[in-house]
Design a protein around this ligand. Sequence first.
Ligand SMILES: Nc1ncnc2c1ncn2[C@@H]1O[C@H](COP(=O)(O)OP(=O)(O)O)[C@@H](O)[C@H]1O
Ligand SMILES: [Mg+2]
Length: 304
Amino acid sequence: MPAVTVTTDQAASLRKLVSDSKITAAPRKGRVISITSGKGGVGKTNISINLAYALASMGRRVYLLDADLGLANIDVLLNLTPAYTIDDVLSGEMELRDIIADGPGNIKVLPSSSGVVEMAELDEDRQAQLLEKLKDLDDDIDYLIIDTGAGIASNVLRFNVCADEIILVVAPEPSSMTDAYSVIKVMASRYDIRSFNLLANSLESPKQGERVFEHLQKVSRDFLQLELNYLGGIPRDPKLIKAVRSQRPLLEMFPDAPAAKSIKALAQHIETSASVPRSLAETPRKDKPLRFWERILQWREKKN
Ligand SMILES: Nc1ncnc2c1ncn2[C@@H]1O[C@H](COP(=O)(O)OP(=O)(O)O)[C@@H](O)[C@H]1O
Ligand SMILES: [Mg+2]
């Protein structure tokens, strides 16, 4: 596995304020799941969209945040032409509620702007502002799915730190696996995050996904002393490529396609594990009893 340079001081304040928590806000309903990866192009956006679609078709109120800042493309994949984006919220011209776009199957999309360098380089203050605004959506939602950028850039890691659950997407290729390990290593050592849900994508067989998981599990256990949770795999599916070309969710266009069935099963699994607080989960994040919204609040309070 590649060596990862970790700057432990960077954003140490966030980690500290999370672990020093004294906030006892009433638990809130919305469940925040970040979809992330080490390497780009492994299927994060398609999984985010289709997972959101599956949860929404189960009657859940689902928001989908395009947080692949700078390379945003949920709008393209859903054939939306949003009038406003998160950029307008950050510039203070719009409220988050004003930029919500109606996606297929009742998904509410918070679109982002592609090709805006400023967004890609979102600093900690502005990111905290954005996350705090997300808090205002809380009464209305069951799930907030965050489609993050790939890799270990600070803004990506911060979305993951703030989420209740992290789904790390990995493809069965050496580079995707080593990069996934880099994410795990940086998140564990910089932010003390110890709970990762692995989702293998573009598989030739279920066995291939299990091998990917076993490999990452072994190195994570040997070098970081942490256990990963395997969420299962999604097959490589030509129907998904067709759906992408048609700018429609796979689940809407080909609900019986193999990858669609896997994503529905994933949504069912997530639903049935919904009531398990993170601290009681199989691989809890140590010292992180706070919910997403509480972590954001604290972060903001500490910074002001
Ligand atoms: N399960 C799959 N089967 C077939 N192709 C896939 C699958 N998942 C992803 N792809 C291909 O990978 C491309 C990139 O997917 P995307 O969701 O945009 O990745 P990311 O958001 O991680 O960059 C898709 O356009 C599609 O061609
Ligand atoms: Mg993407």
